[in-house]
Design a protein around this ligand. Structure first.
Ligand code: SF4
Length: 353
C-alpha cells in the first residue's frame, strides 16, 4: 500500500488550517482484523492522520469546499461505487479490496477539533459522506463520528452528512444539539426499493426500507432529511412502476426533498460494475455499452427523462417544487463530464451513497 497518498490533499491544494503536509509514515499504520461475524474477511488499516479537513480542488463543481472522511474503502460494497478508484491511489484493489480493506483515521475527532480551532479556519461548511460512507459498519466499532460531530457542534460549524447507514441514529442526540447551534443537513441515499436489486447491487447496505426509517426518525426528531435517489440504474431500476414505488416510499417517510441521480460509471467503478453485470444480467451488457458509449455518464436525454419522471412523481406525492430547491444542498455532482477529476484523491469524490 502507498501510505504517502493517504493525506487526501490533492497536489497543488493548500494545506488545511492547522494541518501540515498530509503524509503518514509507515510507523503510523496498524493493521487489524476482528474475528466477529460482522467483520470477518475485513482488514482495517488504522492511521493517525495529520489532517482531516480536505479541501475540494477548485476545479471541482461540488457545492462545498471542505470535507471530512474518516474512512477509506467501504464495507457497504455497492458495485457501482465510484470511490473505488480512490483505492488505487493506495495501490489497493478497487474491486473486492475496496469492500474489505478499510483505512481508518483513528484520531480524526481530535485532529478535527484542533483544525477547527485554528485561527486560519473560517467556519466553512464541512461535508461528510462525500467519498465513502462515514456510517458504514466500521463506525460501529471505531465510533469516530460522535467526536467529529461534537467538535463541529462545539464550534457551531455548519455541516452535512450523506449516508446509507442506519447507524446515524446512534448519534441522533448529537445531531439535534448541533442543529440548535448551526446549520445541519442530513441526506439519506435510496436509489430504489426493489429488494432483489438491492441484495445484489448494494450487498453490504441496510435495506432500503431501513434507510427510509432513518428519514422518518430524523423527521420525527425535527431534523429535516432529504433523499438522494441514487443511483437510478438503467434497465434495472428505472421502470415507471419502480420509480413510482420508490418516490412514494420516500414521500411516506417524510423526506424534505428527493433528488434523482442516474448511475454513472467512472473508471474503477465501471470495470467492477460491468463484471457484475456480465454475471447477473448478461443480456444487458450490450445495452450498457451503448448507453455509456460516450463515457462515464448516461446520455443527457436519458438523465432528463428520469429527472422529469421523478419530479412529476415527487409533485404527485407531495414532495413539491418548493422543497426541491433545498435538495441543491445535497452534495450532488452535476451531470455530464467534468464533475470531479477521475484521478483526484478522495476530497474531490462524491459517491452514490
Ligand atoms: S456508494 Fe456509498 S455506501 Fe456504497 S460502497 Fe460506495 S461509499 Fe459505501
Amino acid at each position: 500500500m502507498r501510505w504517502d497518498n493517504l493525506g487526501d490533499r490533492p497536489a497543488g491544494t493548500p494545506a488545511a488550517p492547522g494541518g501540515e503536509a498530509a503524509l503518514f509514515g509507515t510507523d503510523a499504520v496498524t493493521t487489524r482484523t476482528f474475528d466477529t461475524p460482522e467483520f470477518r474477511g475485513i482488514t482495517f488499516h488504522e492511521i493517525r492522520a495529520r489532517t482531516v479537513l480536505n479541501r475540494v480542488p477548485g476545479a471541482s463543481r461540488m457545492p462545498f469546499e471542505w470535507t471530512v472522511n474518516p474512512y477509506r474503502g467501504c464495507t457497504h460494497a455497492c458495485v457501482y461505487c465510484f470511490a473505488r478508484k480512490t483505492h488505487s491511489y493506495l495501490d489497493l484493489d478497487t474491486g473486492l479490496g475496496f469492500d474489505t480493506q478499510i483505512v481508518v483515521k483513528v484520531n480524526a475527532p481530535e485532529v478535527l477539533r484542533r483544525q477547527l480551532a485554528s485561527p486560519r479556519w473560517q467556519g466553512a461548511h464541512v461535508a461528510m459522506g462525500t467519498n465513502v460512507d462515514c456510517y458504514q459498519r466500521a463506525e460501529g466499532r471505531y465510533r469516530l463520528m460522535p467526536g467529529i460531530i461534537e467538535a463541529l457542534r462545539d464550534r457551531a460549524n455548519p455541516f452535512s452528512i450523506l449516508t446509507k447507514g442506519t447507524l446515524i441514529l446512534r448519534d441522533l442526540d448529537l445531531l439535534r444539539q448541533s442543529a440548535e447551534v448551526t446549520e445541519v443537513g442530513i441526506s439519506v441515499s435510496v436509489g430504489f426499493t426493489d429488494h432483489e436489486l438491492w441484495r445484489t447491487v448494494e450487498p453490504g447496505t441496510p435495506a432500503p426500507e431501513r434507510r427510509l426509517e432513518v428519514v422518518r426518525t430524523l423527521a420525527d426528531a425535527g431534523i429535516g432529511c432529504g433523499v438522494l435517489m441514487a443511483p437510478v440504474i438503467p434497465f434495472l431500476g428505472d421502470r415507471p412502476e419502480q420509480l413510482r414505488a420508490t418516490v412514494r416510499a420516500i414521500a411516506q417517510a417524510g423526506a424534505t426533498s428527493v433528488t434523482p441521480l442516474v448511475l454513472h460509471l467512472r473508471p474503477g467503478a465501471r470495470e467492477w460494475f460491468m463484471t457484475w453485470l456480465h454475471r447477473h444480467h448478461p443480456g444487458l451488457v450490450r445495452r450498457y455499452e451503448q448507453l455509456y458509449a460516450a463515457g462515464a455518464y448516461a446520455p443527457t436525454w436519458y438523465q432528463r427523462r428520469i429527472t422529469r419522471q421523478v419530479h412529476e412523481l415527487a409533485d404527485e406525492f407531495g414532495i413539491g417544487p418548493a422543497r426541491r430547491g433545498a435538495s441543491r444542498r445535497i452534495a450532488v455532482p452535476e451531470s455530464g463530464a467534468g464533475t470531479a477529476p477521475a484521478t483526484a484523491p478522495e476530497a474531490t469524490q462524491l459517491t452514490l451513497l
